[in-house]
Design a protein around this ligand. Structure first.
Ligand code: ATP
Ligand code: MG
Length: 365
């Protein structure tokens, strides 16, 4: 798995049985080298790109994935034949589930599952999103079905919040007859990383220390929250096409101190998550909120969330054997398993697809 933050490849070894929740057996994180990070960032935001640029980035990305898979297998003393499949999400470079300027809906993940199969000797399952899109869905978020498989056996109302480049929320209702809800709430790390990198250098604001040194600018916050996305009812998903540095800069009055902007961006994430939760139709008192993704390590962001959600009991997925950084990677292992067993991977109540669909294609070793 590599998400919209472009921070690295997360490789997870997962055991999936019929009657027990998926189990995390091993992990390996491969940091995204600066050159590849820049290449992918360019592809995400450039107006024009050449096929050669696309191919070069895809090749480098795929080779990094293969190294991660091989290193994880070596560390776990496993041969490629001993695992059923590698689930590869690919790298999203554009996500336009509602089309672009009246054109067809699309979501574009750079990926080369043929090369990954060739390099690793493993069966590869890939292209998870486009079948849901073909069935009229948003193709995102896909993690809620996995959240249900992982956490769905617990009592009471449960929320799972993934703080990746963007934030997505899953509601697992206590009444099993109520459909699972899930949607993107808006930007999380993507704007924090971009603003931090521009003003402080480096990839991200460690523990949100810089954001914590600033003060929220209420007028800026209001202008940012005015974006139509925040008013859109689910199903909804978003990406770098909507929320990016020029978008932020268009909303600045020009006199803001950079650390105040960082604080305001963190507050934007917290407020948009809180609004997403408040719209869900259940009594929120005592709800369990499981937080995952890289943003769960951001102390400033977590404090802001806690301030907006005093009724929630915050929980770490670690108590289920899944540290916060591995849920998304686990989701794509689980989705690969679903594909191999011809089982649906999407939740129509989440993506808005016409029905459950078997997601992805299988590439032989
Ligand atoms: N200690 C930390 N303090 C602050 N931010 C952190 C810390 N650790 C990680 N992060 C943030 O988390 C980001 C990576 O998170 P993650 O890998 O969950 O996002 P992602 O790759 O976009 O995933 P996805 O889009 O699939 O949810 C980093 O870019 C950084 O902003
Ligand atoms: Mg990541």
């Amino acid at each position: 798995m590599s998400g919209t933050s472009l921070d690295g490849i997360d490789a997870a070894l997962v055991a999936i049985g019929r009657d027990t929740p998926p189990q995390l057996l091993g992990t390996l994180a491969a940091e995204m080298p600066d050159t590849l990070h820049q290449q992918l960032l360019h592809l995400c935001h450039a107006q024009e790109v050449s096929f050669a640029e696309l191919a070069a980035a895809e090749d480098a990305f795929c080779r990094l994935q293969a190294e991660a898979v091989k290193a994880l297998l070596t560390a776990q003393q496993l041969s490629p034949e001993q695992i059923q499949a590698v689930g590869s999400h690919g790298q999203t470079v554009e996500h336009a589930p509602d089309g672009h300027n009246g054109g067809p809906a699309y979501t574009l993940q750079l990926d080369n599952p043929s090369l990954l199969a060739e390099l690793t000797g493993c069966t590869v399952v890939a292209d998870f999103r486009r079948r849901d899109l073909a069935a009229g869905g948003q193709a995102a978020p896909l993690a809620p079905a996995f959240h249900q498989a992982l956490f769905g056996r617990q009592e009471g109302e449960q929320l799972i919040l993934n703080l990746g480049g963007f934030a997505n929320l899953t509601w697992l209702p206590s009444n099993s007859k109520t459909p699972v809800t899930g949607f993107d709430t808006g930007p999380a790390n993507v704007l924090l990383d971009a603003w931090f990198s521009k003003h402080q250098g480096g990839r991200f604001d460690q523990n949100g220390a810089w954001a914590a040194s600033g003060n929220v600018d209420p007028e800026l916050l209001e202008r940012l929250l005015d974006a139509p996305f925040f008013q859109q009812p689910p199903p909804r998903s978003t990406g770098r096409e909507l929320f990016h540095l020029p978008w932020l800069e268009r909303h600045l009055a020009g006199h803001e101190a950079p650390d105040d902007v960082q604080a305001t961006l963190a507050e934007l994430t917290a407020v948009s998550v809180a609004q997403g939760i408040q719209q869900l139709p259940f009594s929120h008192q005592g709800v369990t909120l499981i937080t995952c993704g890289g943003g769960a390590h951001n102390a400033d962001l977590m404090a802001r969330l806690a301030a907006h959600l005093p009724f929630a009991t915050f929980a770490s997925p670690s108590s289920y054997g899944w540290p916060e950084d591995w849920i998304e990677a686990g989701a794509f292992a689980w989705l690969a398993h679903q594909r191999l067993h011809q089982l649906p991977g999407n939740l129509p109540s989440v993506t808005g697809a016409r029905g459950p669909r078997v997601l992805g294609g299988v590439y032989a070793p």
